[in-house]
Write a protein that binds this ligand. Structure first.
Ligand code: FES
Ligand code: FES
Length: 160
């Protein structure tokens, strides 16, 4: 069995790991780095639970080999908060009660993070269309969409 060294940044910290070439980014994050925010749902690109940002773009970490992100910057849901200060999307999800079991939530938030980075004020239709790849078995969609809409409108920061 051959191993290769892969180095990248995760949430601002440089990491270096030895992996088999077939190892996915999701498994490295969860099993080697202890970052369990990204979830393994389907493990085949269908549910969006494993979504992270790679160089600022949303990506399914279950379909990404770790060797593909060598030298790149990864952001997981753990990297959004600063100490006790949560990201506006995280606060909006809490405020809108946009989850039930919470399994899909990290992936939902990371996809929404990318959406708002390229389209800061999406319409409801645009939110629904973009978020279509993130499944929620609990059916929390209306609240998820409302949370994203509110975050895009800066409702939380205005309320502070
Ligand atoms: S676990 Fe990656 S898309 Fe489902
Ligand atoms: S909150 Fe349970 S799967 Fe979405």
């Amino acid at each position: 069995m051959s191993f290769v060294r892969v180095s990248f940044q995760v949430n601002g910290s440089r990491v270096s790991v030895f992996v088999e070439p077939r190892t996915t980014l999701l498994d490295v994050l969860r099993k080697k780095l202890g970052l369990t925010g990204a979830k393994k749902g389907c493990d085949m690109g269908n549910c969006g639970a494993c979504t992270v940002l790679v160089n600022g773009k949303s990506r399914l970490s279950c379909l990404t080999f770790a060797v593909q992100v060598d030298g790149m910057e990864i952001t997981t849901v753990e990297g959004l908060s600063r100490g006790d200060s949560l990201d506006a999307l995280q606060e909006s999800f809490i405020r809108n009660d946009a989850l039930q079991c919470g399994f899909c939530t990290p992936g939902q938030i990371m996809s929404a993070k990318f959406l708002l980075s390229v389209n800061p004020h999406p319409t409801l239709e645009e939110i629904k269309r973009y978020m279509a790849g993130n499944l929620c078995r609990c059916g929390a969609y209306p609240k998820i969409f409302r949370a994203i809409e509110e975050a895009s409108r800066g409702v939380l920061s205005e309320a502070r």
